[in-house]
Design a protein around this ligand. Structure first.
Ligand code: ADP
Ligand code: MG
Length: 222
């Protein structure tokens, strides 16, 4: 296949072809494209350009991908605002309950991104401006994405976790709960151990990393 191979999550072979990316399309791609078409006016997510049985074509989000944990408050605040904007914009689509990779999760409040993290974020001048990789999108409660964002944007660094958790939650407008983060971590460990696509994560024992975070949250309950 022509185009430049992009390195990223390691789950999919994603090629950049000019202003577009071509990536493998799962059975959920039609539903995800409906979501992306709906989000297009916001300018924070890829625009769907094409879809066949095997591949999807999406617009390329210019910028740098976050391969390290951001350590500044300004970037953390912008990430929380980005997630909030994304969630709020999906409310008209919450009646699309099937066709996603994952079953709808109760209580359905928004369409979740499913993997809102620095490695799926486009940054310009250090500011998060867009989010891609909507393969895991599905309807569910806001806390599901907020908890994952806390795990990925805050708990990745050892310093100031409590203060930065509070900052993210306050900016988003969510009342923090340890139980939500613990449920999200347990689900991730289950996915790493069971999901057929998570071979690399299984080999590299990413489940041990998330078990360590469970111990941290349990030892530092709010
Ligand atoms: N729409 C996009 N705009 C810019 N870069 C993208 C886009 N989609 C994917 N990429 C790049 O390709 C890499 C892998 O794509 P991603 O959709 O995250 O797949 P994976 O399932 O492997 O995580 C990303 O880390 C990013 O560098
Ligand atoms: Mg990714």
């Amino acid at each position: 296949m022509d185009g430049e191979l992009l390195t990223g999550g390691g789950l999919n072979q994603v090629f950049r072809v000019g202003d577009a990316v071509r990536r493998p399309a799962g059975p959920w791609a039609a539903r995800v494209h409906e979501l992306l078409r709906h989000l297009a006016p916001l300018g924070i997510a890829p625009v769907p350009l094409g879809l066949d049985d095997e591949h999807e074509l999406l617009s390329y989000l210019p910028g740098d991908v976050g391969h390290v944990f951001p350590d500044d408050d300004a970037s953390l605040i912008e990430s929380a605002l980005l997630l909030r904007r994304l969630h709020d914009a999906t409310v008209p689509l919450v009646d699309r309950l099937d066709g996603w990779q994952f079953a709808a999760r109760e209580p359905v409040e928004v369409v979740l991104h499913g993997d809102f993290a620095p490695y799926n974020t486009a940054y310009r001048d250090g500011v998060p401006v867009g989010i891609f990789d909507f393969d895991a999108a599905h309807p569910g409660p806001r806390w599901w994405d907020v908890s994952w964002a806390l795990i990925q944007f805050v708990l990745g660094l050892p310093d100031e976790r409590k203060r930065r958790t509070a900052l993210f939650c306050e900016t988003y407008g969510y009342a923090y709960e340890d139980e939500h983060v613990l449920m999200r971590l347990e689900d991730m460990i289950h996915t790493i151990r069971e999901h057929p696509a998570f071979v690399k994560q299984r080999e590299e024992r990413h489940d041990d990393y998330y078990l360590g975070l469970i111990e941290y949250v349990q030892a530092n309950r709010a």
